[in-house]
Structure formats: structure tokens, C-alpha cells
Design a protein around this ligand. Structure first.
Ligand SMILES: [Zn+2]
Length: 155
């Protein structure tokens, strides 16, 4: 399938999700031209602020393929992934991301995707929500424990 055909599927899933009472976002994970999984925004339905269409699709694709790595896959989204979803795509190691609407279209519809991208471009000192490093007993203890496990599963 072409990008255009896949994007049309993602957009159609998003429109259907609105009809079902959900948010206006849909996404697919595609491998070798085949749709592995579809996701739609489930934030309000599941009381989960991270249940964005792309995250839902990535989780479903990983379950379907029995893996936590989606190399060889493409993430197709009805809208430019927000920073959460873009990071999720990077963590999932997808080969490519393609989207239809952009952050400006989302902003016009009342969503904060562009606002968060703008925020990340500013120094943290200017953020309304403090994100600060503070003293802890042994801040690298988790990494020391991790490094000492020869059976660790790298991801
Ligand atoms: Zn998102």
C-alpha cells in the first residue's frame, strides 16, 4: 500500500473514533506493506492521558508481533505525532514515521501538540511546571544494579 492509502486508513480510523466519542486521532503500524495494528485515541475512554493513537498502535503491534522492537515497521498517523508519541516511536525503533495533518492543524482543533513542541524548545527554567534534579542517596544505584546483571535484556 502507498503512504497515501495508509494515511487515508489512519484518517478514517480517526474520524470513526470521533463518531464513537473518542479523540480525532488514528494510527497504524505497518510492516512490509501490511497493517500490523491500528490504534485510536483512547484518552477519555480509558482515563489514560498517554493513550494516544500512536501509543495504542505501538502497544498493539508489539503484542501482535511478540516483541518490544518495531524495526522494519512504519508508524502511520493521521496527525504529526506529539512529543510523547514521537519518543514512543523512537523507543520502539520504527524505521519511519509518516503523518497527514500537522501540529498546526492540531492546534487549530484545540490540542497542545504544538504548545509542547514549543515548550521543549525553551530552557526548562522558563517552564511553568518545574522539572528539577535534586539530591538522592545513590542516584546511579539502579544503573549499577542493571550493569551487574549479565542476563539483562537490552532495549
Ligand atoms: Zn501523542
Amino acid at each position: 500500500m502507498t503512504d497515501r492509502a495508509l494515511l487515508d486508513l489512519a484518517v478514517a480510523a480517526a474520524v470513526e473514533n470521533v463518531a464513537a466519542g473518542g479523540g480525532p486521532f488514528g494510527a497504524l503500524v505497518v510492516r512490509d506493506g501490511e497493517v500490523v495494528a491500528t490504534g485510536v485515541n483512547r484518552v477519555t475512554a480509558t482515563l489514560d492521558p498517554t493513550a494516544h493513537a500512536e501509543v495504542v498502535a505501538i502497544r498493539a503491534a508489539c503484542r501482535a508481533l511478540g516483541t518490544f522492537k518495531l524495526d522494519g515497521c512504519v508508524l502511520v498517523s493521521s496527525c504529526e505525532p506529539c512529543p510523547l508519541c514521537l519518543a514512543a516511536a523512537l523507543w520502539a525503533r520504527v524505521d519511519r514515521v509518516v503523518y497527514a495533518a500537522d501540529r498546526h492543524d492540531a492546534a487549530e482543533a484545540g490540542f497542545d501538540d504544538r504548545a509542547f513542541y514549543d515548550l521543549f524548545a525553551k530552557p526548562r527554567e522558563e517552564w511553568e511546571v518545574p522539572v528539577v534534579q535534586a539530591e538522592a542517596g545513590d542516584r546511579v544505584a539502579p544503573f549499577t544494579a542493571w550493569a551487574s546483571r549479565p542476563d539483562r535484556v537490552e532495549y
